[in-house]
Design a binder for this molecule. Structure first.
Ligand code: 9MR
Length: 368
């Protein structure tokens, strides 16, 4: 494997490309990375890395877009009924505005990271309608003019395509989706309204569920502009390029746009050259599916720096799902993403520029 890599390396030109720059050349609106407000992302022992992290996030050639990973969620924005707090969300909005980044806003109606009062109350249908309308209205009014898109409803579907039994669905049935989207459209007619979920990246029961949601809204005359593919993939079994192109087409056929909203590709630990190569292919195929699909407007990775990823806490034994290792060297997958972007423009495949760091050698990484 190593001699193969070295042989390839001598034949290829160096990469000087960066993600957002190449994404724009390939016709996308953006390549972005979600980020957390400092209070949420802090990890003991990593304080020294913040400056380097901030510089990469603010490099407009690397990233042209950001999403707050947590700060705009219900738990933070309306922790008590009628009491709104935008402190966490505003931190990321300021980063976006100061650095000219497009902001995707996330997420208005979601069963998770919901303020406890919403779940612990036994609502009448009317009372919960008022709660949804008030939440969507107040949060969207606060961020009006500052978001390219809103994830209006997040993760409403089970894997088999049926509706998740959230407090919203149990009380209102699918009416809650109509209410959330129709309210959102009234508050800000200029922002793109998305349905966002995971495992929507290949055709199947769940993607058909998303198609049904788009149709439900459109048939009722309610505005929906996009389907967000979270794309939390697994390096050993990601969707193929063709599956992703086909499923994007199934959404596009309904007249909505598509975005990769939370892309990451988790790897079983410890890393090895095979799993890093799988990860590279998985990134390349996700990015490639977007650039090859006219309906796909952009790609967001769910943070870019491995230590700030949600993965290890939720999937023990897995990690390194993003594009920058802890020592800030880049994953092979970074170059997979660049290759996919350049393929669109006829650019050449390239080899990574940096030399392998001592750390990388120690952990048997083949790139950098
Ligand atoms: O990255 C987010 C993490 O910090 C939170 O602890 C977690 C709580 O569920 O949410 C993570 O982001 C999620 C996103 O908002 C919706 N799709 C799944 C993401 C990963 O869990």
């Amino acid at each position: 494997m190593r001699s193969f890599t070295l042989a390839l390396a001598t034949a290829l030109p160096f990469c000087s490309a960066q993600l957002h720059l190449e994404a724009k050349k390939a016709g996308l609106k953006y390549f972005g990375a979600a980020t957390d407000s400092p209070g949420q992302r802090e990890r003991a022992g990593l304080e020294a890395s913040y400056a380097q992290y901030d510089a990469i996030l603010r490099d407009n050639n690397e990233f042209g877009q950001t999403t707050p990973t947590n700060g705009q969620k219900w738990l933070f924005t309306e922790p008590e009924q009628g009491v709104f707090n935008f402190t966490e969300g505003d931190i990321v909005t300021s980063i976006a505005q100061e650095n000219g980044l497009i902001q995707r806003c996330h997420a208005l109606v979601w069963h998770s990271q919901l303020a406890p009062w919403v779940e612990s109350t036994n609502w009448t249908a009317d009372a919960l309608r008022d709660v949804i309308v008030n939440h969507v209205t107040k949060v969207m009014e606060h961020y009006k003019g500052k978001c390219y898109a809103w994830d209006v409803v997040n993760e409403a579907l089970n894997e088999d395509g049926t509706y998740r039994e959230s407090v919203f669905y149990q009380t209102l049935g699918e009416e809650y989706l109509k209410l959330a989207f129709s309210t959102a459209a009234k508050v800000d007619p200029d922002v793109k309204l998305y349905y966002n979920d995971y495992n929507l990246e290949s055709p199947g029961n769940k993607s058909e569920g998303a198609v049904r949601i788009v149709k439900l809204l459109k048939d009722s005359g309610i505005k929906i502009d996009g389907v967000g593919l979270q794309a939390h993939h697994v390096a050993s079994r990601p969707p193929t390029l063709d599956q992703q192109i086909a499923v994007i087409q199934s959404y596009a056929a309904l007249g909505v746009e598509v975005a990769y909203t939370e892309l990451d590709v988790r790897v079983e630990l410890p890393l090895n050259s095979t799993s890093l190569e799988w990860q590279k292919q998985a990134y390349k195929n996700a990015v490639g599916a977007c650039v090859q699909s006219p309906a796909c407007v952009g790609i967001t990775i769910w943070d870019f720096y491995d230590p700030f990823s949600w993965v290890p806490a939720v999937f023990p034994g897995e990690g390194n799902a993003l594009l920058w290792f802890e020592d800030f060297s880049k994953h092979p997958a970074y170059y997979g993403a660049i290759e996919a972007l350049k393929n669109k423009t006829g650019g050449h495949t390239c080899k990574p520029k940096a030399r392998r760091s001592r750390d990388a050698v120690r952990s048997n990484r083949l790139y950098e």
